[in-house]
Design a protein around this ligand. Structure first.
Ligand SMILES: O=C(O)CCC(=O)C(=O)O
Ligand SMILES: [Fe+2]
Length: 373
């Protein structure tokens, strides 16, 4: 059995930055993982300018989640200072993990335009666009880049909870970060629920920054040298069950194609918008921590998943009203739907792609950066 390396002497995967000044290229060379064809455009965290301060808002918990009232995304798209507002929204979403915008009057197409703009303003690589889910049907009603979240599909065995499979019946089985099985996964995702039951169907989010801050420096340092394999091979079964062929072409980035549905990412990643470290493994897609034994991997993953599900002070639970929209940063949060209702529940969803995940060992813990520890 190979000894587990608890020291900080990890092999660095060197990143070469194309067309970057030498000083930045040197700084980038210490990054772990990442991909030179899919790097963030900003080399420093983004700054908040204060343009959203005049909108009524409140933090739903200290760790995660901010709600805005009276802010209409469709209006922002038309304003002269659109880019500044979207910059501040990106910073707020990335810092707070998830933002809730009540009662949004916008079409799925406006949602898509907004998703593209948000991701670009936040510095996604040129090669990243809106994701096309591998299960999206060809010729879908709203186009390839808008997914429909629907309880009817779920009943046919769709989604992460595989209701037709012999799987755990713990509600917490559904915690995930969107599409982490792609080499270039999501930066932001947004969901607007337009059809909902009288009660039930809440969604929960948890903070990857806060979970990172629950680790001792020793264990955090150890995990910072590791990668994990994320895998969505179960989508092959699901595609068969739903009778749709899997999408094997480009799914929003030239790096996301084919039928492998598997990717290797650092266990701890840096969010380029905040510069903060986050735990990046999830119950839905992460199957294996690499370079350790299977037993060690199972133990480590279970521990990290427990930190997500058992720390309700790292979570926020959102109760939807009709046409509310949530926008979250998939690099630094997990989320979990609640299937406690029988009526119909449906909404539209857009998921943009960010950078290939990387770890900048110089990046900070959220609490340390905020002066809380
Ligand atoms: O239905 C929900 O509440 C969440 C669905 C989901 O996981 C997503 O939109 O990414
Ligand atoms: Fe999701």
């Amino acid at each position: 059995m190979e000894a587990v390396n608890f020291s900080l002497n990890f092999t660095l995967v060197e990143l070469k930055r194309v067309n970057m000044p030498a000083v930045v290229a040197n700084a980038m060379s210490t990054f772990r993982e990442g991909n030179e064809e899919s790097q963030p455009r900003n080399s420093q965290p983004l700054e908040y300018s204060g343009s959203l301060d005049s909108y009524s808002h409140n933090d739903l918990t200290p760790a995660i989640g901010t709600e805005y009232k009276g802010l209409q995304v469709a209006d922002i798209l038309e304003l002269e200072q659109c880019d500044q507002l979207i910059n501040d929204l990106a910073v707020t979403i990335s810092r707070r993990g998830v933002v809730f915008l009540r009662d949004q009057d916008l079409t799925p197409q406006q949602m898509q335009a907004f998703g593209e703009k948000l991701s670009a303003v936040a510095g996604c690589p040129e090669s990243s666009g809106i994701h096309v889910h591998p299960l999206t049907e060809d010729g879908s009603e709203l186009g390839d880049q808008i997914s429909v979240i629907s309880s009817e599909k779920q009943k046919k065995g769709g989604g992460l909870t595989h209701q037709l499979s012999d799987t755990s019946r713990f509600a917490s089985v559904g915690w995930h970060s969107d599409i982490s099985f792609e080499p270039v996964p999501s930066d932001y995702a947004m969901l607007r629920i337009h059809t909902l039951p009288e009660t039930g169907g809440d969604t929960l989010w948890a903070s990857g920054y806060e979970v990172y801050d629950r680790l001792s420096p020793e264990v955090a340092g150890f995990l910072e040298g590791l990668t994990a394999t994320h895998d969505a091979k179960f989508f092959h079964d699901e595609a068969r069950r739903l009778g749709n062929p899997l999408r094997k072409g480009i799914r929003g980035s030239p790096l996301n194609q084919g039928e492998e549905l598997e990717a290797v990412h650092p266990v701890i990643r840096t969010n380029p918008v905040t510069g903060w470290k986050s735990v990046y493994v999830n119950r839905g897609f992460t199957k294996r921590i690499n370079g350790v034994t299977k037993d060690e991997s199972d133990l480590l993953l279970q521990y990290l998943f427990n930190l997500v599900t058992q720390n309700h002070d790292a979570q926020v639970r959102f109760k939807w009203n009709r046409n509310d929209m949530a926008i979250w940063d998939n690099r630094s949060t997990w989320h979990c739907a609640t299937y406690d209702y029988v009526e119909a529940r449906a909404g539209d969803r857009v998921c943009s792609l960010g950078e290939a995940p990387y770890l900048d060992p110089q990046s900070k813990s959220r609490r340390r950066d905020l002066g809380e520890i």
